[in-house]
Design a binder for this molecule. Structure first.
Ligand SMILES: [Zn+2]
Length: 268
């Protein structure tokens, strides 16, 4: 039986899915994926994501300006984000953060946009979805300055100490296709010993394909492969990892947990 799981991070709005978005959703649902969190990347992505979520009961929108595309952003767009998020109440502000891995990305602009968006999340009492590369210390410092409600550190690649600090702030850590590579030994060790109550599954589709789909488009239909590898490295059942990671996403992003039986109004 396919376990019920949630893809806490997939870019279903991207052009890579323009030809077959509905089929991708259907295949993923058939594989057990019963929720799709779609984070924003640029201002132009927001309406597409909101439209997609409006048409599907299991697609959850997040809105934000992704640090990777900072050359396309400006601070006026953060004001637009605030207005739109206030009106539409996305499940999170994201994905936002700092990417200090790519030397060509303007770090000062990234910092400015990140702080402004943390302020939006704090003011609107929304969680955040974080993209962080080579910048966990800076991100953790800013989270202490802007104590947002909670969130997810997506594609987590930091240390045990850094993971501890995120968890102490109520954050979950996202793990995806990278875990399926045997060479990811450091990441696997970390994912094996972190408390299950702080883990969430993700694909980051169409990027970050797992070992079985190298050089291909990644897709939420492959999320069960992440569940399989976590089950193996943690020596825990697929059922318990599926159930707990689903509860975790629902908790941090306040999603309705559709795996639970709907209470009969007669019993109320
Ligand atoms: Zn992403």
């Amino acid at each position: 039986m396919n376990e019920k799981i949630i893809d806490s991070h997939c870019h279903l709005d991207m052009p890579a899915f323009d030809q077959d978005r509905q089929q991708v959703l259907e295949k993923a649902r058939a594989a057990g994926v019963m929720g799709f969190v779609v984070p924003g990347t640029t201002r132009d992505s927001w309406q597409k994501i909101l439209d997609l979520a409006a048409g599907e009961t299991d697609v959850y929108p997040a809105l934000g300006l992704h640090p990777y595309f900072c050359a396309e952003h400006n601070t006026a767009q953060v004001d637009q984000l605030r207005t739109l998020a206030e009106k539409m109440r996305p499940v999170a502000i994201g994905e936002i953060g700092l990417d200090f891995f790519r030397p060509d990305l303007d770090q000062d602009l990234q910092l400015e946009l990140f702080e402004l968006q943390l302020q939006v999340a704090q003011d609107l009492e929304l969680p955040v979805i974080l993209h962080t590369r080579k910048a966990h210390e800076q991100v953790l410092k800013l989270l202490k300055q802007y104590p947002v409600r909670s969130g997810i550190s997506h594609a987590f690649n930091g240390s045990w100490q850094q993971a501890r600090q995120y968890m102490d702030m109520g954050f979950c850590l996202g793990f995806g296709g990278m875990l399926t590579y045997e060479r990811s030994s450091k990441l696997r060790t970390l994912a094996a010993k972190l408390p299950l109550e702080h883990l969430v599954l993700e694909t980051d589709a169409p990027d970050m394909p797992g070992a079985a789909h190298q050089y291909q488009r990644n897709s939420p239909e492959y999320l069960p492969e992440v569940l399989d590898v976590l089950s193996e490295i943690r020596s825990e059942s697929r059922q318990s990892i599926a159930a707990t990671t689903t509860i975790n996403v629902c908790r941090v992003l306040t999603l309705p947990d559709k795996t639970r039986p709907v209470p009969d109004p007669q019993d109320a």
